[in-house]
Design a protein around this ligand. Sequence first.
Ligand SMILES: NC(=O)C1=CN([C@@H]2O[C@H](COP(=O)(O)OP(=O)(O)OC[C@H]3O[C@@H](n4cnc5c(N)ncnc54)[C@H](OP(=O)(O)O)[C@@H]3O)[C@@H](O)[C@H]2O)[C@@H](O)CC1
Ligand SMILES: [K+]
Length: 506
Amino acid sequence: MGCRRRSLRRRHRGCRQWADGGCCRRRSLSPARSAGYQGNSALSGAAILTAEEMRAAEQAIFDSGVAPYALMETAGAAAADVIWRAGGVRDTLVLCGPGNNGGDGFVIARLLKARGVPVRVAATGESKTDSSQKARRAWAGPVENIADAAPATQIVDALFGIGLARGLDGALAQRLGELVDAAERSYAIDVPSGVDTDGGVLLSPVPRFDLCIALGALKPAHVLQPAAGTFARLICADIGIGANDAKAFLLTPPDLAEPAPDAHKYTRGLVDIVAGTMAGAGILAATAAAHAGAGCVRHLAPEPTSRLPNAVIMVTAPDAGAVTKALQDERIASVLVGPGLGRSDEARKRLSAAVTAGHPLVVDADGITLLEAAPDMLPVGTIITPHEGEFSRLFGEITGNKIDRAREAARRMGGVVVYKGPDTAIASADGRIAVWHGGSPWLSTAGTGDVLAGICAARLAVTGDPFLAACEAVWLHGEAARRAGAAFIADDLIAHIPAAVAARTQ
Ligand SMILES: NC(=O)C1=CN([C@@H]2O[C@H](COP(=O)(O)OP(=O)(O)OC[C@H]3O[C@@H](n4cnc5c(N)ncnc54)[C@H](OP(=O)(O)O)[C@@H]3O)[C@@H](O)[C@H]2O)[C@@H](O)CC1
Ligand SMILES: [K+]
């Protein structure tokens, strides 16, 4: 065990992938700002702040002596700079709401105009905050009524940000949609107007923007569906917000290490897959585990099969007693149970054998279903990988957004929850949360969950750290899918795991 851990110590690289200042989803922060997050193991990505946390972070800046209007100028300048670089000199219409998001819009309009961009401004009505009134006064041009404003090549949505309290009224939502549809390029300032910042849901119809410019930090709406689907690309502009107290972070690519020079298959990690009657799922999981860095994988199934890779050791374990016996091996570094397990009484016994064996554990699929709303029966540190339906069956109703639900579930079970979906929240019982989003939509195909569970088991065997293992697995799974391209099946996905591992190995 000690040798295995020593050989696989690793560090994440912080936000190096964003150092190019690229303007795309999952490329957002400056390296200088992200450096502050590096102390949080496996959590070196961009901070995700709720509206309340964002206001607290802003207040900290004000308390340090920065005037609110100065911060608005900083935010508007950062956004204007992005729009200038992306759009250059194109006729632009900036839509301004009554609050500080609208104030940002007036600053953006003024600064773009100063750069020679033909800019018009349309507002919903009066500006209601001190800062937004100041920004409006500094805008020297006319202010049109949104209802009558002519379309433009570029649209900037500065109607509502984190202060949106309810859905837009029908006429305004429709007008916003028409203007965005008519434009060649569209930008949402901070969040697209109509999305619930914390919930990640749509409070009224929201058009799809080309680019969302998050101000200061990411918000749940930037990473959780369906809100995260309302823009094609995302950039987070640095406005000097300190987010060291953030509880949730964007998942970043892991840094993996080669096996130690003196490694052998057991020091690299022996993974046992406790399979059941539905052979395919267990085979997918075992094959994925074997491709994700484990030293050795054993497949414990009721029946022999000829469909396993030669490198996977087939162990015929016809009943739970045989599973218990096979798991009495101190070399085992992790056990996966669930894929293809079935839901019979015998499956339940096999699950029990896996759960009580005393090894680091990953539970997926039927294993989760068989727990029957008793997640606390799992050993501390277990990784579970539920999709939406499995999560609800296991934990029942938990309030809050997906990040909140994952956090509470991890606390209740005392382990790591990989709450799967197009947005996957990875939560640890100690409160750490990483969110992965923006992956290939082709992952929505049968068997990919089994592959993810197998990768989790491999990384758990390699690292001995459940949260780190889950973070690595989710990233590797998403990266393998990206490399697999379109219309792949789960079997194809496995072939791309080694390249994903290689891409992150020093
Ligand atoms: N703090 C700072 O200095 C900085 C903040 N920054 C920026 O400020 C943004 C947050 O600003 P904010 O808090 O003023 O809220 P914001 O999103 O503009 O909207 C609130 C207004 O909208 C109104 N309203 C709400 N829902 C509505 C609806 N459905 N239909 C109609 N009206 C509705 C609401 O009125 P009420 O609910 O009272 O009726 C209120 O008047 C943030 O996202 C970032 O862009 C940056 O500049 C950095 C510096
Ligand atoms: K907005």
